[in-house]
Design a protein around this ligand. Structure first.
Ligand code: ME8
Length: 526
């Protein structure tokens, strides 16, 4: 069993402000990182910015700024967003940092010396926004980029290429031997059918048409093309090329570390094919998993500035709180599938799950404990009411299921499991009818009911803590539970909570008025 995890997000382009799609990926990785820490793992969680390339160079010119000034300003906004979303990354790598530039130069030279990179001439169809060359067949008769569907232009330039065929058999073997390497499985099939079967093209790895990049020291005029530059962040952040660097030894070279790259479906082939090929060229270990998440769309299709349907996460966080936004992102769209952002679903998710099911359960429980037991949670007495056994079994099986799902990155499913437990706990109130137990002076059964409610709320709160980073503390405070109980070790046995003094607090999630809030969110789209 691996006890360390290295998890990465893509490093985003600072060509514009980040939107809800970027927030989606980073939040889900953060939720996973927090889950693993909760389970006692040592985690290194990395995100960053991919700052070189033609697009940034031209955007900076348009804005009358140097490329460095331009990216510096935008990256401040990245970091502010991650702070607002309470992202717990252990490092933030910028590709313009010296530590990264040094690694990229080293990688390029090493692959060149080994003969894995050769000088050639590139002719192809180029998409400037995606910074990708495409073949004739891929762009079709209309010559449109297969990814973003914008027109591509014919380009020819001297370029270095990475020889993909040399390591392809080794990569295919890795695919065969590690079925979980690329998931969801549909992505693996897509890679094999779209890229491997027709023959994987050698990848252009240098450019002469712009200068905002890491210079190829062996050939003045060439800069390292964006994908070697970008992907190397995953090791430069750990100290590579110094293979004795503490972090590199611990989080890359040690087999006890599970290495997980998360990326969107738009960049699967770079992570699942080219990156492992580069690593094989560098004689480095391959990652354990590449997990591909789907893209968040808007009702009218892809998010884009020109359509005016981009959602900025900041005002959402400000108005609804960080936990509502994090929960919506983790719960609404199955991690691994495409999803659609709608204001209606956002409000419904917050109202139904968080305000009604979860928040209300806490409110009802606390009110009853105050009313019937002067605010002290009765201690656990085993199974007393006819409904206790079933509820306990469900709680314990939920913990198990949740862990299995989370370990497989089935994050949405894991939270669905927790909310089934929350619903069953609400149902337990209807079944046990505490008000009748009180009326009939069935004190032992009433105490047991209150204890089970408190214990189930506690379990749900611990399981939700990777996503609800502020609410969990509020719930603990209202139930009088000490912070040390926010740990997986207390979840092995049912009934640890009891004897605490509860206190009434403000509702965890106020109920939102759908019409007003839907209008508010619609006005945020720009
Ligand atoms: O591709 N829905 O950067 P990028 C969900 N620099 N996720 C989305 C999304 C959406 N609508 N839009 C973007 C790059 N993303 C390169 C990466 S990595 C070595 C280099 C997320 O700024 C998703 O994770 O275009 C996607 O893969 C990534 O942002 C692309 O970010």
């Amino acid at each position: 069993m691996k006890k360390r995890v290295y998890i990465t997000t893509p490093i985003y382009y600072p060509s514009a402000k980040l939107h809800i799609g970027h927030a989606y990926c980073t939040t889900l990785c953060d939720v996973f990182a927090r889950y693993k820490r909760l389970m006692g793992y040592e985690v290194f969680f990395l995100t960053g910015s991919d700052e070189h390339g033609e697009k940034i160079e031209s955007k900076a010119k348009e804005a009358n700024k140097t490329s460095q000034q331009f990216v510096d300003e935008i990256v401040v906004g990245f970091k502010e967003l991650w702070d607002a979303l309470k992202i717990t990354n252990n490092d933030f790598i910028r590709t313009t940092e010296q530590r990264h530039i040094k690694a990229v130069s080293y990688v390029f030279s090493k692959l060149l010396q080994k003969g894995d990179i050769y000088l050639g001439n590139y002719e192809g169809w180029y998409c400037v926004p995606c910074e990708s060359f495409w073949t004739e067949t891929q762009t079709g008769d209309d010559h449109l980029c297969p990814d973003c569907h914008r027109p591509v232009e014919k380009k020819s330039e001297e370029s270095y290429f990475f020889n993909t065929n040399k390591y392809l058999p080794a990569l295919m073997k890795h695919f065969d031997e590690n079925p979980a390497f690329l998931t969801p499985i549909s992505r693996k099939n897509e890679m094999i059918n779209t890229f491997i079967k027709p023959g994987l093209a050698d990848l252009a790895v240098s450019r002469t048409s712009f200068s905002w990049g890491v210079p190829v020291k062996e050939k003045p005029g060439h800069v390292v093309y964006v994908w070697i530059d970008a992907l190397v962040n995953y090791i430069s952040a750990l100290g590579y090329p110094d293979e004795n660097a503490e972090k590199f030894k611990k989080f890359w070279n040690d087999k006890n570390t599970e290495i997980i790259h998360v990326c969107g479906a738009d960049i699967t082939r770079f992570h699942a094919l080219y990156w492992p090929l580069f690593l094989l060229g560098l004689d480095l270990r391959l990652p354990d998993r590449v997990f591909v998440h789907g893209l968040l769309m808007m009702k009218d299709g892809k998010m884009s500035k020109s359509k005016g349907n981009v959602i900025d996460p900041f005002p959402l966080i400000e108005r609804y709180g960080v936990d509502a936004v994090r929960y919506y992102l983790a719960r609404e769209t199955v991690f691994g599938s495409d999803g659609t952002f709608t204001p209606e679903q956002f409000i419904e998710r917050v109202n139904v799950d968080l305000a009604n099911d979860y928040g209300n359960l806490l409110h009802r429980t606390i009110s009853m404990i105050i009313k019937y037991f002067d605010g002290i949670i009765p201690t656990y007495q085993g199974q007393v009411t006819p409904f206790d056994n079933e509820l306990e079994e469900l709680a314990l099986s939920t913990i198990k299921e949740y862990r299995e799902q989370f370990d497989e990155l089935e994050i949405t499913e894991a939270f669905i499991s927790v909310f089934k437990l929350v619903s069953a706990t609400n149902k337990y109130i209807d079944n046990t009818e505490p008000w009748n137990l009180a009326k009939n002076c069935e004190t032992k059964a009433l105490a047991s009911a209150m204890n089970h409610l408190a214990n189930n709320l506690y379990i749900a709160a611990v399981l939700l803590s990777p996503v609800l980073v502020e609410t969990t503390k509020k719930l603990f405070t209202q139930l009088g539970i000490e912070e040390k109980f926010l740990s997986i070790e207390y979840l092995n046995k049912y009934g640890v909570i009891g004897g605490q003094k509860v206190s009434k607090g403000i509702p965890l999630f106020p109920r939102l008025k759908p019409e007003d809030e839907i209008e508010y969110i619609k006005n945020l789209m720009s």
